[in-house]
Design a protein around this ligand. Sequence first.
Ligand SMILES: Cc1cc2nc3c(=O)[nH]c(=O)nc-3n(C[C@H](O)[C@H](O)[C@H](O)COP(=O)(O)OP(=O)(O)OC[C@H]3O[C@@H](n4cnc5c(N)ncnc54)[C@H](O)[C@@H]3O)c2cc1C
Length: 562
Amino acid sequence: MIVDANTIESGARLTTDVCIVGSGAAGISLALSLSGHGLTVLLLESGQHAAHAPTQALYQGEVSDERMHSPPDKYRQRRMGGSTTIWGGRCMPLDPIDFETRSQVPHSGWPISFDELAPFYPQANTLAEAGRFSYDAVDAMGPTAAPMIRGFDSELVRTNGLERFSCPTDFGKRYARRLQVASDVKVLLGANCTGIRLEAGGQAVRELEIATLSGKRFRIAPRTAVLAAGGLETARLLLASRDVAPAGIGNEHDVVGRYYMCHVAGNVGTLVLHGRPNEVRHGYEVTPEGVYCRRRLAVSPSEQRRRGLANAVARLHFPRITDPRHRNGVLSGLFLARGLISYEYGKRLNDGTRMSAGLYARHLLNVMTDPIDTTAFLTHWITRRTLAQRKFPSVILRNRTNRFSLEMHGEQAPRPDSRVTLTEKADALGMPQLRVDWRYSSSDIESVALTLDLIGEEFERSGAGRLDYRRETLEQDLMRFGAYGGHHIGTARMGSDVRTSVVDADCRVHSVRNLFVAGSAVFPTSSQANPTLTLIALSLRLGKHLSQRLAPGVARLHEAAS
Ligand SMILES: Cc1cc2nc3c(=O)[nH]c(=O)nc-3n(C[C@H](O)[C@H](O)[C@H](O)COP(=O)(O)OP(=O)(O)OC[C@H]3O[C@@H](n4cnc5c(N)ncnc54)[C@H](O)[C@@H]3O)c2cc1C
């Protein structure tokens, strides 16, 4: 059932088995996995189905340096479905090496292994509508799958790994009907959790305080509460709940909000491939079940260990859009139309290049002298993207020259001084706003440099191509836009040491017996992978844990039946 929180009487005290705060990918996946286990579930959502400016404004806050991190009301959506209402849909699991304690990545090591999460990935893939849980090109595409780059064969730099693409599925829209008809799940829209109240001893959640923007205030007393409010907001809620725990909940050791990570990402260098352009798969392929997927260059785990590298991947990409020397009408068209593109997707078209009459004219000339490609692109985009249900994931250009830049997407090492804190300023509901101080390390840049060196060596050795990049400008290339997009990781990290983590291996806040976290806030390290598929898998794992804990008899019946 889905109802508006304004229908609840002010002063009411609702009870439920599980109360989940936030209906993004994490909260909805968890609610669906709990349904049917004999438990009552309340799913609280601050927003409604559509975007609403005053609700979105509750996400406003400060950043220490806007060149390095977008304001906190960007790259997040406060409405049903959360940020899946605007995400790109790129899915891939973490790699087993991500879970290891690695000397080259300080503060690394998860308290669970890949194998403990693996059983939940196939269902996560299904919920994300990314097809079969198969991330190997031959397995996904069949034995006739062509190599990514003919003539490039390396044990150290692998090319058979895939990323898959969701529709991209808006979890709010896609699962509204299932939530509407579920008799054991009640979704409250417009319900903002403004505080978590603990029992006097601080070891259990007593109540959640709820407010609506139209002035209703009520409370929820759950047997168990789960924060699924996103990687930044979960830390905000923990830090802002200070009546019993003066430093904030779970923050006895000043860890909440620290170790904040995104990804190190940017376009670098020039890779010139010696083969024929039609022997290179740099764009999207379609699996037999109709899912878009794409290859990437990835360093093998053993070579990561041997060379002391953090995890990173490289995709074959087009040249820098803002530079008209690419002479490509489509890229120039995108640059000229950047004012029409949303903040999140337009940001990378605004790299600080100042528009001048001369620059405008050169881009316009590119568009006018490249009419065939430009028209073909527009037709393709309208049919395969705008009108299609499963959308073509991003702009891909025909590459006639076999020259690419490398689009790097790398892990950043967690560091305690990269953090979010509260400010003195409050939002419309009285909650202190967030301040984001995201930091990276020189070792993150050095690791990408070593990765590029290895890729270059392997292309040289195989005779398949040549990679050139400038070490002197690498940091600038990777940090041109600061922290990468909407990946908010690590602010309530998982661990077994209470002094350096916030939640345990079951995602339970160490010091509170009935408070859990779902989402990328719990990741101790960031991996090369985009986070959503893994946070869905972790939510499903949490769902299993909670149903066994709260309704053991029903959970046993489910297991026997499956
Ligand atoms: C432009 C963009 C592109 C992206 N592309 C990709 C991609 O290709 N692949 C990928 O893996 N990831 C991608 N991401 C990241 C992805 O969107 C997030 O990882 C994912 O959506 C996070 O899900 P979540 O449920 O943890 O959090 P959210 O989506 O942030 O959901 C949190 C929910 O909690 C609600 N909420 C917040 N505070 C409260 C409160 N106090 N009370 C009640 N409700 C509250 C919010 O309204 C929201 O609905 C992208 C993000 C952006 C912005």
